[in-house]
Every structure is written in C-alpha cells, then in structure tokens.
Design a protein around this ligand. Structure first.
Ligand SMILES: [Zn+2]
Length: 143
C-alpha cells in the first residue's frame, strides 16, 4: 500500500536525521470527518449528518451549529432524526469549509495539531481547549 510506503519512507528519513524518539502509542493524527450531507431547497438547507460529524469531533452538535449559523449569518431549527434546517440556500461545500474552520478553531490543538482535545468551561465562562495529547491548555473564543 502506497500509504504504508510513505510512512516507512518518512520514518527512515526521520531516523536519518538522528532523532531517537519513537512514538509509543498511536495517537489520532487527523480526523476522518465526512463531508456535510446537505439538501438544498429553495430557501433552506437541510443538513443530514451533523450529529455524526459532531460525534467524530467529540463536540456538542449545538456548539457546531452555533458556529455554523454565526459564520453563515443564518439560523437553524431541528427537524428530528438528527436533521437540521438552515435558513437560506447554503452550498454543501460552504458547509464543509465552515466545518474545517471549526476544527481549526475548536478541535485541533494549536500546539501539537492533534485532534484529541476537549473543551472545558473555566471560571468566568472562559472557554479552554484542553489537549489530551500534549496537555496544552489554550483559550478559545466563546460562541
Ligand atoms: Zn496538543
């Protein structure tokens, strides 16, 4: 498999550079986030897999939705079975772009770039991104 060959190549180059630290446990380097499945109707957009995406990101779907609606200047309503309706016609690829912004802002650790993080609400409502990989605590904007 090509991917494995690349890994081997990378690993050998890494050894060549004289680094001796070998990763012991396999941590998630990146998330496998599916594209947003959406249906465009005349004046609204239905998102079908937001809960699934939020689950993979390990975030509250409501937080993801809040970000989406702020970025896209729209509002949402829940229509059951994990589906949400956004006001206005929003292209699926626009939604994908906002989701990847969300990941950069609220999921990826700014220090080590890994996605194994959680949000925690500290005193006075300051939101913090806590990294489970490197232990970094980074303040993030509340929504
Ligand atoms: Zn980190």
């Amino acid at each position: 498999m090509a991917e494995k060959d690349n890994m081997d190549k990378y690993y050998l180059e890494w050894l060549d550079r004289g680094l001796s630290k070998v990763p012991k446990t396999e941590s998630r380097e990146r998330l496998n986030v599916p594209n947003v499945e959406c249906i465009n109707e005349k004046n609204k957009t239905i998102i079908q897999n937001l809960n699934q995406i939020a689950d993979i990101l390990n975030r509250d779907p409501k937080h993801v939705l809040k970000y989406l609606t702020l970025k896209l200047a729209t509002s949402y309503s829940e229509i059951g079975e994990g589906r949400y309706v956004l006001k206005g016609r929003i292209l699926c690829k626009q939604l994908d772009a906002v989701i990847s912004d969300y990941i950069k802002a609220y999921v990826e650790c700014p220090i080590c770039k890994r996605p194994d993080t959680k949000l925690s609400k500290e005193k006075r409502g300051i939101l913090q991104l806590v990294c489970l990989s490197c232990g970094a605590v980074s303040p993030v904007k509340s929504l």
